[in-house]
Structures are given as C-alpha cells and as structure tokens.
Design a protein around this ligand. Structure first.
Ligand code: PMP
Length: 345
C-alpha cells in the first residue's frame, strides 16, 4: 500500500462518486432523458479534427445568453456542471455548505480540495431548514453554498423565499443548481443575478437529452464569471460537444416537447407508484421520483436482477430508492416488476 501512503490525507478519505455501468434492460438510475438528439450528430461532420476547440465556446454561450436573457459575459461553460463545481470550490474555497441530503458532488469536491464541508439537514417535506441554515451561515461563514433546486435526490424545489433569505444571510457565493429546473414549475433564478451580486445559477444540458456531450454552465455577474474563468482549463469543452449542442439548440421546440413528455409521464408514474401498496412516492419537480419501500436494499437488488436499474439512495434517505422517468414502456416495465417484487418481500 505504498501508493496510498503517497496520497494526500484528504484524498485518502474520499469515497468516489458512484457511476458504475451495470447491465440492464431498463436504465432509470441516472436522471438522463429517455429522448436524445441523434440527428444533431450531423453537425460533427464539418469539424477539423486537427484543430483545438473554440476555447471560449463563443457561439454556444451566445445562443444560451439569448435564451436566458443575459449577456454572453454572464455565462461560463464547463465540461458538465460537475466541472464548474470544481472550479467554484477552487476559486472561492470553503467552508462549503449545502443541505443534506443533496447532490453528493458538492461534498466530494470540497473533500478533494481539502475544504471544510458542512451539510445541514433538511427540514419538513425536504424543505430547507431556513432557521438552522441561517444560524450555521452566521457561525461558519461559508464562502460557498450549494442549493440544488429541484433537489437531488428528493425531487422538490426549495421555497423561493428561503433561498433568498439564505442569499441575504451571509457574505459568500450562493449557487442555485438548476440541473432539473426545466421539469419544474418554479421559475429559474437566472433573472435574479442582476439583483443579487453573489448569486450563481448553474445549468446543464445533461438532463434534457444531451448527457453524452458533458455540457454545463454557470450564469452570474461578470466579475464572478471572470474570476471562475481563471480556474478553467483552456479547451474544456470539446468541438464535438459545442457543435452538436449548437445544432440541437437550434430546435428549441423539440427540447420543450421532450421535457413536456417527461413531465406528463412523471405524473402517470407518480400515480402508479402511489397506487401500489407499500410504496410512498414523494412529490417531485424533477425528472425522477424518490419513493420509500420496505427493505429498499432488497427491492433494489431484485429490480436489478429483473433488468431494471434504479438508484439506491437509502444511504441518503432512509428506505428510499430513486427512479428516473423513462419512456412510457420503460416506466410500465418498472412498475410491473416492482409490484411483483413487493408481493415477495
Ligand atoms: N447537479 C445536480 C443536482 C445533479 O443531479 C447533477 C447530475 N447528477 C449534476 C449537477 C451534474 O450534471 P452534469 O452532467 O452537468 O455534470
């Protein structure tokens, strides 16, 4: 174990993010869209493979700036939003605060960067425990707060007023991670960057049909973008991703149709789960549903044995699994298998 001894102490203690490929017939574990943009791959044809990509992802940022009603200088591109979390922690440092449970990468990246991380338990209905968070903000003075809204893995949006209270409570950067916002009834925080100079909104194309591209963004006032940009690796988003994303974004209608189809299916899936005895689905604003069952670990394994892959989040939320909304046929197979399993556990 000589190598392990060479590794920095904070890295030795890190439990890596679980992203394993498991054989399955129905893949509902990673909050991907069931619908892709295969035809946009044609845009890759014109690429000169010997040339580096546009380091600024200029066209892509310009298109998104138009969509979000901000300037290009308010947007920074990442190789997925994961990379931008890295940059944010590298640039602003810790303490890093977030509610718990939430997306695990905030804590993992804080750990990799050897920054203090503070997870504050969520309150009733998986809402922010605003009083407690304000208290902790005053005590710990976090330089960065991550709020995933809708939250992964609980699925709910945090109340708008609570988020604003937290922005006002401290002096650090508050990141509202809107990875699942397209599926939500809550308005985006993007418009508020003008009003709140320490607000960062994080977005991704991963949940709306372009996960393969690894393309995420932060939106914030220019001075924040310029600082975070210092940590960015020179050609972080490759030419293929930029070209295919541009092509796909040319068809805004299609994005909306896909999102609408997922939201519609989500309602049906929620009702099916709600009707099953022994299953408690939690209300969701995302493209996945958190649900509680007796013996989650066993149910997870039995689903997998039948070719249905969901996410076991029982470490984070007791007795719970998380299922991504798939195509109608996939959701039907999942509900069918689950109902058969429930009779046996
Ligand atoms: N934020 C949240 C809340 C997520 O759930 C995820 C993906 N699991 C990400 C960010 C990362 O997305 P990306 O693919 O853009 O890195």
């Amino acid at each position: 174990m000589i190598i392990r001894r060479l590794v920095k102490k904070n890295i030795r203690m890190i439990k890596p993010y679980q992203a394993t490929e498991l054989e399955c017939r129905v893949k509902l574990d990673a909050n991907e869209s069931p619908y892709g943009f295969g035809e946009a791959l044609a845009a890759a044809e014109g690429i000169e493979t010997n040339r580096y990509p546009d380091p600024e992802a200029g066209e892509l940022r310009k298109t998104l700036a138009g969509m979000w009603g901000v300037r290009e200088s308010n947007i920074l591109h990442g190789n997925g939003s994961d990379e931008l979390i890295y940059y944010l922690v590298a640039v602003f440092g810790g303490p890093v605060m977030y509610p718990r449970p939430t997306f695990s990468m905030y804590g993992i990246i804080a750990g990799i960067m050897n920054e203090e991380a503070a997870g504050v338990p969520l309150g009733k209905g998986f809402q922010l425990n605003t009083g407690r968070m304000v208290k902790e903000i005053r005590e710990k003075k976090p330089r960065l707060i991550f709020l995933s809204s809708p939250n992964n893995p609980t699925g709910n949006c945090f109340e708008r007023d609570s988020i604003i209270k937290l922005i006002k409570a401290g002096k650090g950067i508050v990141v509202v991670d809107e990875a699942y916002q397209p599926f939500s009834s809550q308005q985006s925080f993007v418009k508020l960057i003008k009003e709140y100079p320490r607000l960062v909104v994080m977005r991704t194309l991963s949940k709306v049909g372009l996960a393969a591209l690894r393309s995420g963004f932060i939106v914030a006032q220019k001075d924040i973008i310029d600082e975070v940009n210092k940590a960015r690796l020179p050609f972080n988003v490759n030419s293929l991703s930029q070209a295919v994303a541009m092509q796909a974004l040319g068809n805004r209608r299609k994005f909306q149709d896909f999102v609408n189809a997922v939201v519609e299916e989500r309602h049906l899936l929620f009702d099916s789960l709600d009707r099953l005895e022994g299953v408690q689905p939690f209300p969701t604003d995302a493209n996945f549903i958190l649900f509680r069952v007796n013996n989650a670990e066993k149910v997870y394994k039995m689903l997998l044995a039948r070719g249905v892959l969901v996410r076991n989040v029982s470490d984070a939320v007791k007795g719970c699994l998380r299922v991504t909304v798939g195509r109608p046929e996939e959701n039907r197979i999942f509900v069918n298998e689950l109902s058969k399993i429930l009779k046996r556990v």
